[in-house]
Design a protein around this ligand. Structure first.
Ligand SMILES: Cc1cc2nc3c(=O)[nH]c(=O)nc-3n(C[C@H](O)[C@H](O)[C@H](O)COP(=O)(O)OP(=O)(O)OC[C@H]3O[C@@H](n4cnc5c(N)ncnc54)[C@H](O)[C@@H]3O)c2cc1C
Length: 394
């Protein structure tokens, strides 16, 4: 399945390692090939090209990319901000990455030469002053020439603005065009385009930069040495983090649910399915056929003409995996299929396929989870959780 991105007619290009790359529908591969050719090592006939490591002279100049991770990964927007730094880095510049939260991605493959992880300042924790203090410490440590961040509404955009205000740094927001000399963004409600020389802080809009790099960075993990000076500059106790509230999974909008179980035409025992959802604390989704059959309301439909979901775990019971359904789960991290047919299309997308009857699997899972919750780990419970873990690791 090819995914063709919607194109903003005013932005017919993105910035890639090979320079401005014109977006032409269906021709993305040609552009990628041009990028790869710039740095490519000689290839074996069939071997995928190992990407060369970008060479640089350490300790001369640093570009710093900063982003929050989401469940251990950088999203595409954050990767683009890091790629912008890597693309603009010359042979005397190293690229440092500061991640708020854990990072299980390969930072070298994303273009970073040095990586600082701050797992205690992950996104769910509301600690704007500590986050700002940590960024100040990191800037003190690396003295970057420029800071690159995704201009998002989930923490990074706010942090970049707060940093610029505190450090009295120059800043450009909603940047859609960038090269080694200038940044550009739309102003006046999109009626005009403004450019300026590279400021200290660059907050990038999505899709301004291609995250595909023809090289890798050094990816060296670095501990951030902090004497707490930056943190002491901030007043403590001006606000309290009241934590996050636990919502009933059924109340969460499907698009926001992190754990979804979904029923298709192969699910006949709807009561058992709903019991399992309650037991697991999972939100409910359904295929179009299951909705058309009247088993679920239309707002539960996942797919091209339903909801696009973004769960960490998506369990599809009795769903064949038609292309329209797969479109709705393309952003899910782990897909588990339960299907009588091992050759159903969903098996190609799934990280784990359980070839079994949906009804008996749902009942076994409900029993296993119920027993585990009561503290008694039965043999069945242990077996069920082992299977799921094996699948996720695969
Ligand atoms: C324009 C258009 C838009 C569409 N939009 C959507 C959409 O948004 N979302 C969507 O889902 N579909 C959509 N569809 C429909 C889509 O093409 C499929 O028809 C639909 O997804 C099939 O649903 P299903 O997999 O539940 O049913 P089926 O195709 O009937 O598959 C049932 C599956 O369950 C398995 N099975 C059967 N019995 C059992 C059992 N006892 N235990 C375990 N497994 C069992 C079977 O092996 C099979 O793989 C759209 C179609 C069109 C034309």
């Amino acid at each position: 399945m090819t995914t063709i991105k919607r194109i903003d007619p005013r932005r017919p290009f993105v910035i890639a390692a090979s320079g401005l790359k014109r977006i032409t529908l269906g021709e993305e591969r040609a552009g990628d090939a041009a990028d790869a050719a710039m740095f490519a090592a000689p290839l074996g006939a069939h071997a995928p090209a190992p990407k060369p490591k970008r060479a640089y002279e350490a300790g001369v100049r640093t570009l710093l990319a900063v982003a929050h991770s989401d469940r251990g990964a950088l999203d595409e927007h954050a990767r683009q901000a890091l790629a912008a730094a890597a693309i603009l880095a010359d042979a005397r510049t190293e690229v440092a990455l500061l991640v708020f939260g854990e990072l299980t991605d390969d930072a070298a493959a994303l273009g970073a030469d040095k990586v600082v992880q701050l797992p205690l300042l992950a996104r769910p924790a509301f600690a704007p002053d500590k986050t700002l203090a940590a960024l100040c410490d990191c800037v003190d440590a690396f003295a970057p020439a420029h800071i690159f961040m995704p201009d998002n509404a989930t923490g990074d955009g706010d942090l970049g603005r707060r940093y610029a205000a505190r450090a009295r740094a120059s800043i450009a927001t909603h940047v859609v065009e960038i090269d080694a000399e200038h940044v550009g963004c739309y102003v006046d409600a999109g009626r005009a385009f403004a450019t300026r020389s590279l400021p200290d802080v660059i907050l990038l809009d999505p899709e301004a930069v291609s995250a595909k790099l023809p090289f890798v960075g050094a990816g060296e993990a670095v501990a951030l040495r902090t004497d707490g000076a930056a943190e002491r500059r901030h007043d403590a106790g001006r606000y309290a983090d009241r934590g996050t509230a636990q919502l009933d999974a059924a109340q969460v909008a499907l698009e926001e649910a992190d754990f979804i179980i979904s029923a298709g035409n192969g699910v006949t025992d709807i009561a058992a399915f709903e019991t399992l959802a309650r037991t697991l604390g999972a939100a409910i989704g359904a295929s179009r056929v299951a909705v058309d059959n009247g088993h679920f309301t239309r707002d539960k439909q996942v797919g091209a003409t339903g909801k696009t979901v973004n769960a960490s775990v998506y369990i599809a019971f009795g769903i064949s995996g038609a292309v329209q359904h797969l479109q709705g789960i393309k952003d899910c991290r782990h897909v588990i299929a339960v299907n009588l047919d091992a050759s159903a299309p969903i098996a190609k997308r799934a990280n784990l396929t359980v070839v079994a009857d949906a009804q008996s699997t749902m009942r076994a899972l409900t029993d296993a989870v119920g027993e585990a919750k009561q503290g008694g780990h039965s043999h069945a419970g242990a077996a069920a959780s082992t299977n799921v873990r094996e699948g996720l690791a695969a």
